[in-house]
Design a protein around this ligand. Structure first.
Ligand SMILES: [Zn+2]
Ligand SMILES: [Zn+2]
Length: 356
């Protein structure tokens, strides 16, 4: 077992509390290197991104009366490890993502669908997550962070980045194809837009307002459709493609149910709509069965990504081709940040400096 000195006995963690207080920051013991179980590492986290689903996870911890340290987009450095067979070692920069552990043996694990493993453990639900300074993690699901990528920019890629990268891949498009991205100006959407550009796709950013238009254009969108300024969104998106037949793919990061229904109408024959954004309070997608059959349209769900996709998503960011716009806030602004997220006040991603 390797370890470095100066590991404190206690640390600051954000523990789930009542719905009114959200999370409260308390002093909590640090698991010491000699107490790590086989297959575990102790990671000194520098930053954690704040994800929209943290608000739901906090509520779930309260409902189940099972307080946990929430958070699932952490970046830091291994300070101790109890896994002689792992390639990882003390000093390595690593990320902690939503999936904390899987069985590695079931049909879904073997196929790279880690998210569907019946024995999956979530960061912030089954094990303590990333709103803490020292996290214990299973080495099998730690993501190595490429040399030269700063930890603050790496953090949001562990959830938002891998989720959008995977969804963009799920369209199954080829370079030069047109893809529509409803919600392109949002936190997930602006990453989807950049990954789509990275893949060589021609992009139609769909969102609303001058600020989001400017952001999408800066990020290289080939076309812009403002859904509030357009009477017929289906017609407008089809018209944005060179031959007017509609985009070959769409990734819906928008939580608006309408974004799904219109996508099944404007998607090109044989094209694929990938569902990512979860409408508040749930929703059903209505689409014309005859149209879907005759025009061979596809609708797929996509949910985070596997270990390999997390590595790829980070490598693309390290290459400089994709950047997550971030705002760094001190750790104790977690609850304020969650409120701002709920109020839709945050563009890009807030990353907490866990030691400030
Ligand atoms: Zn998340
Ligand atoms: Zn499994």
């Amino acid at each position: 077992m390797g370890s470095i000195s100066e590991i404190p006995k206690t640390q600051r963690v954000a523990m789930s509390d009542t719905p009114e207080t959200g999370a409260k920051i308390i002093e909590h013991p640090v698991v010491q290197p000699e107490n790590l179980k086989p297959g575990e590492a102790l990671v000194r986290l520098a930053y954690s991104g704040v994800c929209h689903s943290d608000t739901q996870l906090l509520g779930l911890c309260f409902t189940l009366n099972d307080p946990k340290v929430v958070g699932h987009e952490g970046a830091g450095e291994i300070v101790a490890i109890n896994d002689p067979l792992s390639k990882l070692k003390v000093g390595d920069k690593v990320g902690i993502k939503f999936i904390a552990d899987t069985c590695n043996q079931c049909e879904f694990c073997l196929d790279g669908h880690d998210m569907l493993c019946a024995h999956m453990k979530w960061s912030g639900r089954h094990v303590d997550g990333t709103f803490q300074q020292y996290a214990v993690s299973y080495t099998s699901q730690l993501t190595p962070i490429p040399e030269g990528l700063d930890l603050a920019h790496a953090a949001p890629i562990l959830c938002a980045g891998v989720t959008t990268y995977k969804a963009v891949k799920e369209m199954g498009c080829k370079a030069g194809d047109w893809v529509a991205l409803p919600g392109a100006g949002g936190g997930l959407g602006c990453l989807a837009l950049q990954y789509a550009k990275y893949m060589g796709y021609r992009t139609i950013a769909v969102d609303t307002g001058a600020d989001k238009k400017a952001l999408c254009e800066t990020l290289g969108a080939d076309a812009w459709v403002d859904f509030k300024q357009t009477d017929d969104i289906v017609k407008a998106i089809k018209a944005a493609t060179t031959d007017g037949l509609g985009p070959q793919g769409a990734v819906i990061t928008s939580p608006r149910p309408e974004a799904y229904e219109t996508a099944m109408q404007y998607i090109r024959p044989t094209g694929t709509v990938v569902a990512v954004g979860l409408p508040h309070g749930g929703a059903k997608i209505h689409c014309d069965v005859r149209d879907t059959v005759m025009l061979k349209k596809k609708l797929k769900g996509s949910n985070v990504g596997n270990r390999k996709e997390a590595i790829e998503a980070l490598q693309i960011v390290a290459s400089g081709k994709v950047t997550c716009p971030i705002e760094i806030r001190p750790f104790d602004q977690l609850n304020q940040t969650l409120d701002d997220l709920k109020a839709g006040k945050i563009s890009g991603r807030v990353v907490l400096d866990l030691h400030k």
